[in-house]
Design a protein. Structure first.
Length: 392
């Protein structure tokens, strides 16, 4: 029996390098579709570390879709990426998340996830995130002693830095406004792990530790509204538990203040989104105005295609000859119509077709909005720390 013909080399020839083609497709569409996964699968078959790690992260973004039918296959891909890049904590976290599944959705977490999270924490000890992942995995396997050690390491960490995907640089360059968690490609499981770890701590009444972790998330995490909202939500749940269980007066006083801060962050998010939409709408209005002017000019050129343009103006004709318009400035109507058509097409292309001018304008707006967001979040963080300081 003859082996089936492999057409993938032919496809690679026509699509170029499959990894580069997949990266271009993902950064252009800002999503992972089935075609991008096929390209990444071909790239990963070459056993190159970054391509395999990207395939593992990207396939997580498609979990539950028609592109992935076997969680075992996904875990195997993540394991292959970890073998190719054993000293990369982000890849180890990817392996752990692939094996852990949905935290809280089942009674146990495989030992492979525990080992991967522990390895990530060992490689990146100053980051609280892998320690929290490790704590979540150990809580999931009823290893409370190990989870307590992981929580202690998370509290001693100096940073709270979510792990980015192997395509972080390309995605941030293309869409810095979206930023985090877009660059993770797999944010749901990471957020679920942290929530599972903190909920486990609340269950065993270690509320002050949860507040300390929330403070680290807000104070040393990314200065983005999404991360700050995660920390505020965790703080709000903890304060509610303290009021409900202990009737803590300090927690009761801080609870409405944290709610007000959360509302403030939401308003900041809405304001920034509206400014971004207004900037995009301004570009569309300008393009529409240019297209409209081009259509009018084209119609005028069509109407006067048999005459010279501009037509004689009595006032100008009455002026001395030195001030009159020379005949060489008169344009044929067909020329005017062609100029109007070009103006219409150029204006429409400015809004509808990806181009350097629109991209430069968008990035300038995004840079301004990101700077404003960071400044606003810095004020929120300062107010947050003053609110919870009496509780710690």
């Amino acid at each position: 029996m003859t082996a089936p013909i492999n057409l993938e080399p032919v496809l690679d020839f026509f699509s170029g390098d499959p990894f580069d083609a997949a990266v271009a497709r993902i950064t252009r569409r800002l999503t992972v579709d089935a075609a991008a996964l096929r390209l990444l699968r071909r790239a990963a078959s070459r056993r190159e570390a970054r391509a395999t790690a990207t395939y593992a992260w990207a396939i997580g973004a498609r979990t539950g879709s028609e592109a992935l039918n076997s969680p075992v296959a996904m875990a195997d891909i993540a394991a292959e990426a970890a073998d190719l890049a054993p000293d990369d904590p982000a890849v180890q976290v990817c392996l752990g998340l692939a094996h852990a599944g949905a935290f809280g959705g089942r009674r146990a977490t495989p030992l492979t996830a525990r080992r991967a999270f522990h390895q990530a924490a060992r490689l990146n000890p100053d980051n609280a995130v892998p320690h929290l992942f490790s704590a979540a995995a150990r809580f999931g396997t009823n290893d409370e002693a190990g989870a307590n050690k992981a929580v202690a390491a998370a509290l001693a960490a100096t940073a709270f830095t979510p792990y980015r995907s192997p395509l972080a640089a390309e995605l941030l360059a293309e869409a810095p406004w979206l930023g985090w968690p877009l660059v993770q490609l797999w944010p749901e499981r990471a957020d679920g792990a942290i929530r599972f770890a903190t909920d486990s701590l609340l269950h065993i009444r270690r509320r002050l530790d949860v507040l300390r972790l929330a403070r680290g998330m807000v104070a040393s995490g990314p200065a983005r509204s999404g991360n700050v909202m995660h920390g505020l939500g965790l703080t709000g749940r903890t304060l509610a538990a303290m009021v409900r269980a202990d009737n803590d007066p300090l927690a009761a006083k801080a609870q409405p203040q944290i709610a007000a801060l959360a509302a403030r962050v939401v308003e900041e998010q809405r304001g920034l989104a509206k400014r971004f939409e207004d900037a995009a709408g301004g570009l569309l209005k300008a393009a529409g105005g240019g297209a409209g002017a081009g259509v009018v000019t084209s119609l005028l050129g069509l109407v006067r295609s048999r005459r010279r343009w501009p037509p004689p103006i009595p006032l100008v004709s009455a002026l001395p000859g030195s001030l009159a318009l020379p005949g060489s400035l008169a344009l044929p109507g067909r020329t005017i119509g062609l100029a109007g058509t070009l103006m219409t097409l150029g204006s429409a292309g400015l809004a509808l077709v990806e181009n350097g001018a629109a991209r430069a304008r968008r990035r300038a707006v995004e840079a301004e909005l990101l700077a404003d967001e960071e400044a606003a979040m810095a004020q929120v963080v300062e107010a947050y720390q003053s609110i919870i300081a009496p509780l710690l």
